[in-house]
Design a protein around this ligand. Structure first.
Ligand code: RFL
Ligand code: PHB
Length: 390
């Protein structure tokens, strides 16, 4: 088989890149290690920046998103037992975010891909990358016990943090930067109405909590937990009690509980691999960088990466110019590091750190008070949260 761009990974980065390239007339094949249902069962992000929605709009796949997505023009910060609303729309000069699950974005992209008749190989085992520094890049994989090879012009590594693409690069060609946080998030999804119409980010002495949602009838909640926590030790009741204990009395009272549909623990990490291009191999999304979810930036960064990459490839094919390709890594990393900073800052301000002496807690309180009472500080949070321009 031959294609212009071989894309590894059918998460949001790979699926969105595939559709953007298709819109530019650039043929591509996606190789995914898991099956479609497995990919769709991963419960992850919920908040889309306007730029991400704009890319989906450009592709004409927002019918369901505009119907089911929830427009949010504010969030609440809960600290010292009191909730403070941040008017994101006002503070950012008119921008909002859309609450629409990552699984739904991926499903819409998958459906569009099927409709366009494009090739996605699910259950692709032992994917390996070859000659991306040379003149004939290739990707090999095994499907149903049979080996296959795809010859291509370029390879896009959209295979997440644990994928094979970054690992295929010689160790001395890549520099990594990392912070591992000393806690995780225990998340629960339930078919219960959200406790409040907007997201509540909570700084509490028992730890961070987040009240989010997927729809008017489906809620997503998180509580900060120790890194060595086991999800088996958390009955639904224990989760609900812990969450309630971190909320203000009004929210605690209003919280509607019910059986969990999904419950899982995610570690928190900041990670960046530089550069994001190695010859004819490009990395995009979680394959190149990870941010802690506190800033709701991971999926949105995957979207801005593939926007830059698809533009660069379009320039290459349509205008015979390598400028976009040569500039891809620097351009993407400029935006990535700003989101890394914002996610780290939100994480530092909202969580309890195990080595926390009283000093750090006092600084958090001062910072939170500043954020909600200073127009400049509110604006700074808002413009990052709704998404910096591409
Ligand atoms: P993904 O989604 O990990 O997809 C990678 C795909 O590659 C496949 N793969 C391979 N395929 C072939 N061969 C191999 N060797 C392969 N190895 C892996 C995988 O099976 C998979 O299908 O990466 P991608 O596409 O870069 O997308 C990134 C996002 O998934 C991620 O950044 C977000 O989910 C992060 N995130 C959030 N982002 C937001 O923008 N807003 C949020 O509100 C938000 N909340 C979150 C989050 C992540 C969370 N967790 C679980 C870490 C909340 C949580 C709890
Ligand atoms: C979610 O709904 O899963 C979600 C929302 C906001 C975040 C992180 C996760 O910051």
């Amino acid at each position: 088989m031959r294609t212009k761009v071989a894309i590894i990974g059918a998460g949001p980065a790979g699926m969105l890149l595939g559709q953007l390239l298709h819109a530019y007339g650039i043929d591509n094949v996606i190789l995914e290690r898991k099956d479609r249902d497995y990919v769709l069962a991963r419960i992850r992000a919920g908040v889309l920046e306007q730029g991400t929605v704009g890319l989906l709009e450009k592709l004409g796949i927002t019918e369901r998103l505009h119907h089911e997505g929830l427009i949010h023009d504010g969030i609440e910060l809960l600290f010292g037992g009191v909730r403070h609303r941040l008017d994101l729309k006002h503070a950012s000069g008119g921008k909002v975010v859309t609450v629409y699950g990552q699984t739904e974005v991926t499903r819409d992209l998958m459906d569009a891909r099927v409709k366009a008749g494009l090739t996605t190989v699910y259950d692709a085992d032992q994917v390996s990358l070859h000659d991306f520094y040379g003149s004939s890049p290739r990707v090999r994989y095994v499907k149903d016990g049979v080996s296959h090879e795809i010859a291509c012009d370029f390879i896009a590594g959209c295979d997440g943090f644990h994928g094979v693409s970054r690992q295929s690069v010689p160790a001395d060609a890549v520099k990594t930067f990392e912070r591992v946080y000393p806690f995780g998030w225990l998340g629960l999804l339930s078919d219960t109405p959200p406790v409040s119409p907007e997201l509540i980010y909570t700084n509490h002495e028992r730890g961070f909590a987040l009240c989010s949602m997927r729809s008017p009838t489906r809620s997503r909640y998180y509580v900060q937990c120790a890194l060595d926590e086991k999800v088996e030790n958390w009955s639904d009741d224990r989760f609900w009690d812990e969450l309630r204990s971190r909320l203000d009395p009004e929210a605690a009272e209003a919280l509607v509980t019910g059986p969990s549909i999904e419950k899982s623990i995610a570690p928190l990490r900041s990670f960046v691999a530089e550069p994001m291009r190695f010859g004819k191999l490009f990395l995009a999304g979680d394959a190149a960088h990870i941010v802690p979810p506190t800033g709701a930036k991971g999926l949105n960064l995957a979207a801005s990466d593939v926007h830059y990459l698809s533009q660069a490839l379009r320039e290459f094919y349509d205008e015979k110019s390598s400028a976009g390709i040569d500039g891809y890594s620097a351009r993407a990393l400029m935006r990535v590091w700003k989101a890394v900073r914002f996610s780290w800052w939100m994480t530092s301000m909202m969580h309890r750190f195990p080595d926390n002496d009283g000093f750090a807690t006092k600084l958090q309180q001062a910072e939170l008070d500043y954020v909600v009472h200073s127009k400049a500080a509110t604006s700074a949070l808002a413009e990052n949260y709704v998404g910096l321009p591409y």
